[in-house]
Write a protein that binds this ligand. Structure first.
Ligand code: FAD
Ligand code: SF4
Ligand code: SF4
Ligand code: SF4
Length: 424
């Protein structure tokens, strides 16, 4: 006699392997039998597993998985724009040119719902639905840590079924996961707009929290706010700022901040990010947004290199139409897509894991965050900084930033020397 369990074992679905699973949670959202459990691995990444007692073997989860199936990529668009919001305040609070906020504003004006990533009170990053500026402002700005999708794809389905306009912004693997889910539940998507972000990869929530805890101890106060892209001095450098409840602040310069060093040295990204199938010029969102690193101003055009410039790719007809409605809120210049994408490496390849990634994690497990600082999170060496100036200097972005820094240092040196001489 075939027991029900034996029968189920034959029909059990096979999700993609652990190394390539992006955590998009299309499988979790599509399972109507509550048969997918979510665990968190030791690096803090969400991991779906199948509960064999509840699974009925329908294999919808397998069909929904973008790693195994359709990645929903569009053709390379025939338009690209360098753009930024006319509202300086929005640009300063956004990571690039504030395009996400301008698109979201259009959706709110049409009584729609906007989904983005926001921290909860315990510094866990999760996708949430927002209905106006108060909630929305929490989703503004890039957070370099993995965001938990939860059941937001189901929420999108509900709002679309009610005839609402919906904007969903996330990493390409999340956008692809959302699209797979909606196609399996046969949802009408005419009123859905998606934004895929050009993506270097998502860091480990465990390391991010350990870093925040380390800072809190150093500053003897709980953390109040954290901004990964502080534009106080420049948009071009990944400077962060942590603000504490005792009003103290930690300014993390990209070349010496411990978290940023580990992020850019590829010690603690989600393993799937090192084999990402979405790091290509063909994109899955209606819009693709990123930093316009290779921006060069043509004669008669304005510049915004200190505050931030977005590269916008409208990949679909409806994105083109929406873009035509928001143009009045933007400074924008048309560009050739292939040229515009050249300056941004994350369109062309994903980044390999550090060959000492495993050593990093072994030491972190044994010694904690402080125990890995000297060996792994040391400041960028000056030669590497100059290499970067040379590399990016050719597209005129970082070189100008360094030029201003050196000029300011020389000016301040001249001022103090003059003062000393006057008082001598
Ligand atoms: C993890 C990550 C890596 C990135 N890597 C690159 C890169 O290598 N090169 C590049 O040019 N651009 C990269 N970007 C995109 C860039 O930082 C900006 O997010 C993008 O240009 C949009 O900026 P904005 O000014 O229009 O609006 P912002 O307000 O800055 O938009 C940020 C958007 O990102 C969403 N978001 C924030 N954190 C996450 C997260 N962890 N997961 C999913 N969604 C999130 C927010 O909800 C919002 O929609 C990355 C973004 C993220 C989140
Ligand atoms: S096969 Fe069906 S029931 Fe089983 S986990 Fe997948 S979606 Fe759920
Ligand atoms: S659907 Fe997403 S979360 Fe589920 S197995 Fe595939 S990649 Fe992983
Ligand atoms: S690098 Fe690829 S797999 Fe990793 S979060 Fe970005 S889109 Fe997803």
């Amino acid at each position: 006699m075939i027991t029900s369990n034996a029968k189920l074992r034959i029909n059990l679905p096979k999700l993609c392997d652990t190394e390539s699973c992006t955590g998009c949670l299309a499988c979790y959202n599509v399972c109507s039998h509550d048969a997918i459990c979510l665990d968190v691995d030791e690096e803090g990444f969400t991991r779906p597993t199948i509960n064999t007692d509840k699974c009925v073997g329908c294999k919808k989860c397998e069909k929904a998985c973008p790693v195994l199936g359709d990645k929903h990529k569009h053709k390379i668009p025939d338009e690209a724009y360098a753009a930024w919001s006319v509202n300086k305040n929005i640009v300063c609070r956004s990571s690039s040119g504030g395009l996400y906020s301008v698109i979201a504003d259009y959706v709110f004006r049409h009584n729609g719902v906007v989904f983005g990533a926001a921290f909860d009170k315990d510094w866990n990053l999760r996708h949430i639905a927002t209905f106006g500026e108060k909630d929305f402002s929490r989703t503004r700005g890039s957070k370099y840590v993995a965001s938990f999708i939860g059941t937001t794809y189901r929420e999108v389905h509900t709002y679309l079924s009610q005839g609402k306009m919906v904007l969903f912004s996330g990493t390409p693997c999340q956008i692809s996961g959302l699209k797979s889910f909606l196609s399996l539940v046969k949802c009408e998507t005419e009123k859905l707009y998606t934004i895929d972000l050009v993506c270097h990869g998502v860091p480990s929530p465990v390391i991010f929290k350990a870093y925040l805890e380390y800072l809190s101890v150093q500053f003897k106060s709980p953390l109040k706010e954290y901004n990964y892209r502080d534009k106080r001095w420049s948009w071009k450098r990944y400077n962060s700022v942590a603000s504490f409840k005792n009003h103290k602040k930690h300014y993390g310069k990209w070349e010496e901040d411990y978290f940023m060093r580990g992020f850019l040295r590829e010690y603690f990204l989600r393993p799937s990010c090192h084999q990402c199938a979405f790091a290509t010029e063909q994109r899955c969102g209606d819009f693709t947004l990123c930093d316009y690193w290779g921006y060069r101003r043509n004669a008669g055009e304005k510049d915004n290199k200190d505050r931030g410039i977005s590269l916008v790719l409208p990949n679909t007809q409806k994105a083109k139409e929406l873009f035509s409605h928001i143009k009045d809120n933007l400074v924008y210049y048309q560009r050739v897509p292939s040229e515009a994408m050249k300056g941004n490496p994350a369109f062309h390849r994903c980044f390999p894991a550090s060959n000492i990634r495993e050593d990093f994690w072994r030491d972190f497990r044994e010694k904690g965050f402080e125990g890995v600082i000297d060996k792994y999170l040391y400041p960028e060496e000056i030669q590497a900084q100059f290499k970067r100036v040379y590399k990016y200097g050719r597209n005129g972005v970082i070189a100008i930033d360094y030029y201003h820094q050196i000029k300011n240092k020389l000016k301040s040196f001249a001022r103090t020397t003059k003062k000393k001489l006057l008082h001598a």
